[in-house]
Design a protein around this ligand. Structure first.
Ligand code: ATP
Ligand code: TZE
Ligand code: MG
Length: 269
């Protein structure tokens, strides 16, 4: 799929299926995540109460867990939702926000990875390294980060976690520990809007809802996402992050399968 061809087909499947994506996510990105999923053509729902999360997770096409602003009640709800999703065969996607910054985050993330069968873990390089106890700077992830190192890190993480791992950054790396894909699309303005990583994780959820091969789903999602970002950046020109955020939501809605086919840059490593 060197030209994003398979990913293009998957984008059409997402839009046709309009999958329900159940998010238990952080308070910073909730609205942006819901709007991004709507723009894509999926159906977002946020539900956090332990009285309803299991029921909602079973209804959904995918469950997305994000520990960005975690607390004890929410972690309990995530585990309940995750177990219900696992029982119902609903793919669970995990975003280990800020793992390594505090012991609570690190312990919680590892607990979720141990107790819940995860389809994809999506984080930046520092978060993925910290998931498996490897030292990695929390800040300055992009500084001098050779993609070769990130590929090796992603493979180690996938092997240790027993799940597909997606590391985002200048290039996105997706692997099940064996096959590795690198997505070249994206734009630096994505790093100037909060929650673009979190939304990427939820978009992977929408693709995983219609494609059981989690590597394919994650590659297709991130290619589409990067292509949309490039389109938005071209539209905003010299204007800044605020304009980009709005243009990016528009681009998520307007980016077509054909755009992905033409401008997607995916290579197998
Ligand atoms: N330097 C860059 N150039 C192009 N695209 C980038 C760059 N850095 C990140 N991206 C893209 O930005 C999106 C978010 O990835 P990133 O790794 O920044 O997530 P994150 O650190 O979890 O972000 P957040 O926690 O703010 O949501 C991805 O689609 C990724 O490809
Ligand atoms: C800024 C911030 N703080 C906790 S979560 C979050 C959004 C990025 O994930
Ligand atoms: Mg993040």
């Amino acid at each position: 799929m060197s030209h994003g061809y398979e990913g293009a087909e998957l984008l059409e499947r997402v839009r046709k299926a309009n999958p329900l994506v159940h998010n238990i996510t952080n308070v910073v990105v909730t609205n942006f995540t819901a709007n991004g999923l709507l723009a894509l053509g999926a159906s977002p729902v946020m539900a956090y109460a332990k009285e309803e999360v299991a029921e909602m997770a079973k209804l959904a096409g995918a469950l997305v867990l994000n520990i960005g602003t975690l607390n004890a009640a929410e972690v309990e709800a995530m585990l309940m939702a995750g177990r219900a999703a696992n029982e119902a065969g609903v793919p669970v996607i995990f975003d280990p926000v800020g793992v390594g910054a505090t012991n609570y985050r690190t312990e919680t993330a590892r607990c979720i990875a141990e107790q819940i069968k995860l389809a994809v873990v999506r984080g930046n390089a520092a978060e993925i390294a910290n998931m498996i106890g490897e030292p990695w700077m929390i800040k300055g992830v992009d500084a001098g980060q050779g993609s070769g190192d990130v590929v090796a890190l992603a493979k180690r993480a996938a092997a240790e976690l027993g799940t597909v791992v997606a590391i985002t950054g200048k290039e996105d790396v997706v692997t099940d520990g064996q096959t590795v894909y690198v997505v070249g699309n994206g734009h630096p303005l994505l790093t100037k809007v909060t929650g673009t990583g979190c939304l990427a994780t939820s978009v992977i959820g929408a693709f995983a809802a219609v494609e059981r091969d989690a590597v394919k789903a994650a590659v297709a999602a991130l290619t589409y996402y990067g292509v949309a970002a490039e389109r938005a950046a071209a539209e905003v020109g010299e204007r800044g992050p605020g304009s980009f955020q709005a243009a990016f939501l528009d681009a998520l809605a307007h980016t077509t399968a054909d755009d992905v086919k033409r401008t997607g840059r995916v290579e197998q490593r």
